[in-house]
Ligand binder design. Structure first.
Ligand code: ADP
Length: 481
């Protein structure tokens, strides 16, 4: 089975969020199960650096006005295909300028990615490789299935995975000719969305199968609260979105072999205590507080609910807790957290920016990781936290609801709890969950029990990859009759 992955991010080459972790890890888990996967990415600088000097395996003189070459290289266990189009992709910001505005040519950049993927699916590469299945990810790849349908390519199956439905790739309707979109599809039943072009909607309608990254998010997506205007599209599909929980790369995220930290394991936690000390030092916190050290590693956007954390911070500090936060995004949140760190330099440490090594250190050294998201398709930070023995305190939504077993009376009685859940969007609920975290933290043996449960919780890709393999086989069988 040959599968072409198409996405706009991939660890370790280029990352803004969880999509990159998935695209960097799932192909390896699939390859271990005998699937022949190649991963097509835009040729951003970090991607091109890894295919430098490689000959093209596909090329065209004019893809939306630019020359396009696809170069292939083996990179960190991935069979990588880089779409070399410097005019479109040789930029540092993946989607936005330094000022935070969308690149004006984003529609053409990601239509190019989709177009080239569709051409590879139709004709194959010059080395003779042609996929049976295209597995597309998020709005940047939404047009692939639309182009394939318009060209009448019938023997390639298409799967689209929604990692976050709130990003849809909307653009002006007048571009549809320039983007070579079929005119007849521009209706409310097609890729039109309130008078504009919607890349993700095109993918949802035209792909054979739609999946998303957790069972709870799959259900949530059909409600107006979470569906972001596409709930009707999903509900109208004969086969609704299938929820397959993400895993994490357990080699890259292994507290026993992580070069960024003092290593430790569930049997021996002394390295964890050293990691906690080192983390306090890295943030210049005094470490004298008796309560838990909470950690946050997050994009700073409205989705992540960190404004709620700002609201409960005073009481967390009064109760003798402390906080370290690593993140970037919304300027107002950045300033508010930086201000909190200035006001409480002994107990609040804040680093604005993106720092992979520091992220590992925060998971390894914090007692608890806070994820107060308003919605969370899957969420990976709570899984890294579990693996590193930091107890997740999470909003009960999407994949957070599916991965964490709340320390309620029943779970505590059964000895299976792995963290703390609370109702999303509620400051009061967050405050109660934090109070509960303090209470359990005060009972050392109970805390250790939860920590052990969390560290042993299966979070790898083996199970999810098996589900994708089955899904590929079924989808291909249906498509090819
Ligand atoms: P999302 O994809 O919505 O950002 P996820 O929880 O699925 O959320 O994935 C976030 C990923 O990005 C995790 O791997 C997390 O560790 C990482 N991350 C987020 N912000 C930062 C940051 N500022 N520095 C380093 N890693 C970060």
């Amino acid at each position: 089975m040959r599968v072409l992955f198409v996405a706009s991010e991939c660890v370790p080459l280029v990352k803004t969020g969880g999509l990159a972790d998935v695209v960097g890890a799932l192909p390896k888990a699939l390859a271990a199960k005998g699937v022949d996967v190649r991963v097509l990415l835009p040729g951003y600088p970090g991607v091109m650096a890894r295919v430098d000097g490689k000959k093209g395996v596909w090329q065209a003189e004019d893809v939306f006005g630019k020359r396009a070459v696809v170069r292939r290289a083996a990179v960190d266990g991935l069979d990588l295909l880089a779409l070399d189009m410097p005019d479109y992709f040789d930029r540092d910001g993946l989607y936005v300028t330094d000022e935070g505005a969308d690149w004006p040519d984003n529609p053409f950049r990601f239509a190019s990615l989709s177009w080239v993927a569709a051409e590879i699916a139709r004709d194959g590469l010059t080395d003779g490789w042609r996929p049976d299945i295209v597995h597309a990810h998020d709005w940047q790849t939404g047009l692939i299935a639309l182009y394939l349908g318009a060209w009448g390519v019938g023997d390639v199956a298409t799967i689209l995975t929604i990692h976050n439905i709130s990003y849809q790739g909307l653009c002006d309707a007048t571009l549809r000719r320039a983007l070579k979109l079929p005119e007849r599809g521009f209706t409310s039943q097609g890729y039109e969305f309130y008078g504009r072009i919607n890349f993700l909607k095109a993918g949802l309608i035209h792909s054979d199968v739609v999946t998303t990254v957790s069972p709870t998010y799959a259900r949530e997506l059909e409600s107006p609260e979470f569906g972001c205007g596409l709930e009707g599209v999903l509900a109208a599909r004969q086969e609704r979105a299938i929820g397959i929980l993400n895993g994490i790369d357990t080699e890259l995220w292994d507290p026993a072999r992580d070069a960024a930290i003092e290593t430790f394991s569930v049997q021996s936690l002394s390295g964890r205590r050293a990691s906690r000390k080192a983390l306090l030092k890295a943030f210049a916190l005094d470490g004298k507080r008796s309560g838990p050290l909470f950690g946050v590693v997050s994009r700073l956007t409205d989705q992540k609910g960190l404004d709620l954390l700002l609201g409960v911070l005073p009481e967390m500090l009064r109760a003798d807790g402390s906080l370290v936060l690593l993140g970037s995004g919304d300027r107002r949140l950045e300033e508010a957290f930086a201000g909190a760190a200035r006001d409480h330099a002994d107990a609040v440490g804040v680093r604005i920016g993106y720092d992979e090594t520091l992220a590992h250190r925060i998971y390894a050294g914090s007692d608890a990781i806070l994820v107060p998201s308003r919605f969370e398709p899957c969420g990976l930070t709570q899984m890294y936290a579990m693996r590193y023995g930091a107890l997740p305190v999470v909003a009960r939504t999407g994949g957070l609801a599916d991965t964490i077993i709340d320390a309620n009376a029943a779970a505590l009685g059964a000895g299976v709890a792995t963290g703390f859940q609370f109702d999303p969007g509620s400051r009061e609920a967050l405050s109660n969950a934090i109070a509960k975290t303090f209470a359990v933290f005060g009972e050392t043996s109970l805390w250790r029990k939860l920590q052990r449960n969390a560290m042993k919780h299966p979070v790898g890709w083996n199970g999810p990859a098996e589900r994708y393999v089955d899904l590929y086989a079924e989808t291909l069988a249906t498509r090819r009759g």
